[in-house]
Design a protein around this ligand. Structure first.
Ligand SMILES: [Zn+2]
Length: 328
C-alpha cells in the first residue's frame, strides 16, 4: 500500500490527460512508487479515480513483474534490487561473468523497448513504458527515446521518473507533462513510518537522518540503523571508533559522511544542521579542512559503486573523516 501522499498525487495525475509524464523531485519522495502506480492504473481492467483495482489479471501481472504490455527501462543494478527480471541475454551475460550489471540504462534495453512500442497491445488496454531513474539514460539511449516520444505509437503511454531532472535532455523534458513530487510534512511522514514498522521513538530521528524524506528514512531503518547509533556516530567517528555502525555498503557510508560534512559546514556558517542534532556534532572543525573533505567525498561518490578494494576504501574514508573532524 502506497503512502497517503503518493495516493493523493496518483488521483491528481489520473484526473488529467497525458500520454507522457515526467515525475521529478529530489530522491526519497516516491518517484518509483508513483510511476509504478500510474502504470498499473493505466493498464488495469477496472481502474477507478483512485488508481488500479489491485485484483484483476492485469494488476496481478504487474504485481508479478510479468505484464506483457508494460516495459520497464531501468539500470540493471536497480532492476535486480527491485526484483524486475532482466532480459534473457542480459541475465546470461551477467551469470557467465561476461560483464557486470549495468548502472546505466543500456542501449540494448532501449532497442527492446522500441520493438515493444511497435507491437500490438496484448491485453487491449494499451501499453506503458516506464523509465526510472530517467537521468541514467546516456546520450544515445535518450535520443532514441526522444524519437519515440516525438512520434508515439498510438496506444503507448510513457512515465519517466527522475531524481535529477536537470540531467535530462531539455527536449525530453519538453515532450512530457511535468509533475513535481510533493514533500510530505513531518507529522504525516512520522505516522507513515510507524505504520511501516519503524518504532515510534526512532521515527523522528530517522526522518531527520534522511533529511525529511520518508522513503529514505525507511531504507535507513531497513539497513539496520537505529536512532541512537546515528546520534552517537559523529563523535565516535571523530575518535576513530566505527564499531556499532550497521553493515552499510560503501555508497551508504559515503552518503552518511556527506551528511555529516554538510551539517558541520552548515553549522560553521550559522545555519541549522539538517541531518543531526546540534548536540550530536563534534566541536567545530576548520572550514578549510571541511571544504577539502566535502570535495573529496564528492569525488569518491562518483566511483564508489566499484571500489578496487572496499575494505581499504572504508579505512581511508574513516581516516580522512578523522583528520577533518579533528582539524582546528
Ligand atoms: Zn486492476
Amino acid at each position: 500500500m502506497n503512502s497517503p501522499w503518493i495516493r493523493a498525487q496518483l488521483r491528481q495525475l489520473l484526473a488529467q490527460r497525458g500520454h507522457a509524464w515526467l515525475l521529478h523531485g529530489p530522491s526519497g519522495l516516491g518517484q518509483y512508487n508513483l510511476a509504478l502506480a500510474l502504470a498499473q492504473a493505466w493498464l488495469c481492467d477496472r481502474p477507478t479515480d483512485d488508481g488500479a483495482c489491485g485484483q484483476c489479471d492485469s494488476c496481478h501481472q504487474v504485481g508479478s513483474r510479468a505484464h506483457t504490455d508494460l516495459a520497464v527501462l531501468m539500470p540493471e543494478t536497480i532492476m535486480m534490487e527491485l526484483g524486475w527480471p532482466l532480459s534473457e541475454k542480459a541475465q546470461a551475460d551477467i551469470d557467465d561473468k561476461k560483464r557486470k550489471p549495468s548502472r546505466e540504462i543500456r542501449v540494448d534495453a532501449m532497442r527492446d523497448v522500441l520493438e515493444f512500442a511497435q507491437r500490438t497491445s496484448g491485453r487491449g488496454r494499451g501499453k506503458v513504458v516506464m523509465v526510472y531513474p530517467a537521468e541514467r539514460m546516456n546520450a544515445i539511449t535518450a535520443n532514441t527515446l526522444l524519437k519515440t516520444l516525438e512520434e508515439p505509437p498510438g496506444d503507448t503511454r510513457f512515465v519517466l521518473a527522475t531524481e535529477a531532472a536537470h540531467q535530462l535532455l531539455p527536449t525530453i523534458r519538453s515532450r512530457c507533462l511535468a509533475h513535481t513530487l510533493v514533500w510530505p510534512d513531518t507529522a504525516e511522514s512520522v505516522a507513515w513510518l510507524q505504520e511501516q514498522g519503524v518504532p515510534a521513538a526512532a521515527a523522528p530521528a530517522l526522518l531527520k537522518a534522511a533529511g525529511g524524506r520518508p522513503e529514505d528514512a525507511l531504507r535507513l531503518h531497513a539497513s539496520g540503523l537505529d536512532a541512537r547509533t546515528w546520534s552517537q556516530w559523529p563523535k565516535a567517528l571523530a575518535r576513530g571508533d566505527t564499531a556499532g555502525l550497521p553493515d552499510w555498503s560503501p555508497t551508504q557510508f559515503v552518503e552518511a559522511l556527506q551528511k555529516l560534512c554538510h551539517d558541520l559546514l552548515a553549522q560553521r556558517s550559522g545555519a541549522v544542521p539538517r541531518f543531526f542534532d546540534t548536540a550530536d556534532l563534534p566541536a567545530a572543525a576548520s572550514a578549510t579542512a571541511l571544504t577539502a573533505w566535502w570535495r573529496s567525498l564528492a569525488e569518491t561518490s562518483r566511483t564508489v559503486e566499484h571500489p578496487f578494494n572496499a575494505g581499504l576504501m572504508l579505512e581511508d574514508l574513516v581516516a580522512q573523516a578523522r583528520t577533518a573532524l579533528n582539524s582546528k
